[in-house]
Design a protein around this ligand. Sequence first.
Ligand SMILES: Cc1cc2nc3c(=O)[nH]c(=O)nc-3n(C[C@H](O)[C@H](O)[C@H](O)COP(=O)(O)O)c2cc1C
Length: 388
Amino acid sequence: MSNPTTYSSVSTPSVEPKTLNIGSITVPLPVVLAPMAGVTNAPFRRLCKQFGAGLYVSEMISARALCEGSNKTDMLARFADDENPRSLQLAGVNPTYIGEAVRRLRHDDRVDHFDLNFGCPVRKVTRHGGGGALPYKRKLYTSIVKAAIDAAGPVPVTVKFRVGINDEHVTYLDAGKIAEDLGAAAVALHGRTVEQLYSGEADWSTIARLKETVTSIPVLGNGDIWEAADALRMVDETGCDGVVIGRGCLGRPWLFGQLAAAFRGEPIPKPPTTAEVAEIMTEHARLLVEWFGDYKGVREFRKHTAWYLKGYPVGGEVRGLLGRIDSLEELTTLLDGLPDVILPEENYRVFRGHTRGPQTVSLPERWLDDPFDDALADAAGDSAASGG
Ligand SMILES: Cc1cc2nc3c(=O)[nH]c(=O)nc-3n(C[C@H](O)[C@H](O)[C@H](O)COP(=O)(O)O)c2cc1C
């Protein structure tokens, strides 16, 4: 693969590079790959890491499925032998399963950092009280975070959440404070409510408020970082200690190279040409095949092809064919036929991934009646498949 630093570059003002401390883990740059179901598997994490230093988090893993011995979940929770640190996101609505999952993973020495998911906006999760619905029930939220931290021992636990359920039911300041008081190593906020889903713009002022409230551990900001300059702006505007990158890196693992340069005050590498993109795509597909085998690896790669070529002036026909490839050879043949063109500057910010919303939030009956009751979420919320 080409050395990303050879791309011609645009300049950025010099800033002090700062590290990010997640418990005992020192991340050389304040950059985190957001957990993304169906995307941030071991091959994608490895690819991103080749571009820049950061913390690269797994897909969401269901604590209950893990405890019940699901093979699919166990596979999702695997790390490459040389992956370091091994950062895993757990989701669940039951403190017992969360505690047990953490204990098992720790006992088997499979994880160096746990992240807890309290931001999932998906109907099948929130309607049972899970994901972004859960922090509303302060006691339940407290017991889940505590169960994880108690079981994790010296392994750091971080907590990721949204602003709240909707503008009338805002939970992020409580969620942050509770996590800090319980001993979480950091908190991450996606500046949208569950109701917003992915619509509108993330409200970065909430990240600034959280930073004022949570003062003894790092506060990470998340939402709408599409370019390296956005990351610097988020740090500047909110005072956050690090940035979490989701959709901006879909089909753009080189964004981590641009972020590394930006945080070091170096010239930001320009986006790759299609010939360079083709090399990166081939590497990504090869890593997926190595990890999942030929059949699943190639199929997993199909969804990435459209993201990789978004904004580049290449024909619709080849995009269609790439989305249906059956082998690495087919991929190479199609990529060999691409014209070598640059990404037009007006397309540097072409959005990718989810944009849906707002939505009507689906919640268990009477969920909003009392934030402080002892509700247990519907156990069905735990059976949500990993990565869903
Ligand atoms: C395809 C996809 C899958 C996601 N899966 C998860 C997940 O498993 N766990 C989680 O906490 N957030 C998940 N998210 C949310 C992201 O981590 C992130 O919070 C959100 O996309 C906002 O950041 P962005 O604007 O940088 O994309 C997912 C987002 C996308 C687009």
